[in-house]
Design a protein around this ligand. Structure first.
Ligand code: PEP
Ligand code: MG
Length: 356
């Protein structure tokens, strides 16, 4: 038993000594953050915040959806802010001074809004309230045929005034209360530099007001963002590749539906050996990543580069990330040990690592 533990420990230290890639975790609770630390995670590369608006907080989200005046909307946001602040304090504490990339809310609306069928049933009953009926009308108004290509990410932030600002303020206030907290603010689903500039400006103003330092950067997960990476890097201190959405959009495959529908046929035809959602497709998604790395670094030489799609924990994809020159991969806490080993192997088998 002890011998094995020592052997694994030696192997891990060997890999850690060799690897050039940093290893971060995708984590959005203090429990996951602590687990990430125990597995050797050097930071959080993706803290998704949309989950923080579910459960008991749905009520507040409903108030936000129903708000028809600036005052009502701001009241709903003001109620959410202290809850968000507490969320971030817990995560900063668990990370003990390691960097935490917090992604501003990116909710596919269909997962986020009350269920339209449930609401319809409720609104049709005799005990239905005026609020039930107004909520049904609002949810119908927001209904989308393709929610994954709809009002998500930065688009939502631009459409609901104060939403992103509330989160940035909560991040800044939380960082003030946790010694050594290292927040990084990440904007999702950016396709054009103008989207990023609008959010970045507002975020920097809030950070300046609160006297908190934080990097502001963006996900690269829409093909257009990768293709305009030079412009986008002018407004971003870091890029994190969202290869889940990038794969969806490069192949035109729905993340949620396609695997069962026709992937086995694609495997038979040898179009791919494993699902491109599991292992990074170097010919398509990988080419966009390369373009974005090159153009991004040309525009901003100190640009930090990471990946936080599922591929960040996949061994073959980790080798690709090393080769293309990313700074870190971010994956589920449970995949961190394998990621550390693969990042070490990638460095040890890299014959031109000295020339980088
Ligand atoms: C991605 O798209 O790769 C990503 C990390 O974001 P999400 O999975 O939350 O869409
Ligand atoms: Mg995404």
């Amino acid at each position: 038993g002890d011998d094995l533990v020592r052997a694994v420990d030696r192997l891990m230290r060997h890999a850690d000594g060799a690897r050039r890639l940093g290893i971060r975790a995708n984590a959005d609770t203090p429990e996951d953050a602590a687990r990430a630390r125990r597995f050797g995670g050097e930071g959080i590369g993706l803290c998704r915040t949309e989950h923080m608006f579910l459960g008991e907080r749905r009520q507040l989200v409903e108030d936000l959806v129903l708000a028809t005046t600036d005052e009502a909307r701001q009241a709903a946001l003001d109620a959410l802010e202290p809850l968000q602040k507490a969320d971030f304090i817990g995560i900063f504490q668990a990370m003990e001074g390691a960097p935490v990339t917090i992604r501003l809310i990116d909710p596919p609306l269909h997962e986020f809004l009350p269920d339209i069928v449930d609401l319809s049933v409720k609104a049709a009953t005799e005990t239905a309230t005026d609020k039930d009926r107004r909520l049904l009308a609002a949810v119908k108004r927001l209904h989308e045929q393709n929610p994954m290509l709809g009002l998500r990410g930065v688009r939502l932030g631009l459409v609901i005034p104060g939403l992103f600002a509330m989160q940035v303020r909560a991040i800044a206030q939380a960082a003030k209360e946790v010694p050594r907290a290292r927040p990084e603010i990440m904007i999702p689903l950016v396709a054009a530099v103008q989207e990023l500039e609008a959010v970045r400006e507002e975020s920097l103003r809030i950070l300046a007001e609160t006297g908190v330092q934080a990097l502001v950067g963006t996900m690269i997960e829409v093909p257009r963002a990768a293709l305009t990476a030079g412009q986008i890097a002018e407004a971003a201190e870091f890029f994190s590749f969202g290869t889940n959405d990038l794969t969806q959009m490069v192949w035109g495959f729905s993340r949620d539906d396609v695997e069962a529908a026709f992937f086995s046929r694609y495997l038979d035809l040898g179009i791919f050996g494993v699902s491109p959602f599991e292992s990074l497709d170097e010919e398509g998604v990988g080419r966009l990543v390369k373009i974005a790395v090159e153009e991004g670094r040309a525009a901003r030489p100190d640009l930090h580069l990471g990946i936080c799609g599922e591929h960040g924990g996949d061994p073959a994809s980790i080798h690709f990330c090393h080769d293309v020159g990313l700074d870190y991969v971010s994956c589920s806490p449970f995949r961190i040990p394998v990621a550390r080993l693969e990042a070490g192997r990638a460095a040890l088998t890299d014959t031109d690592s000295d020339t980088r």
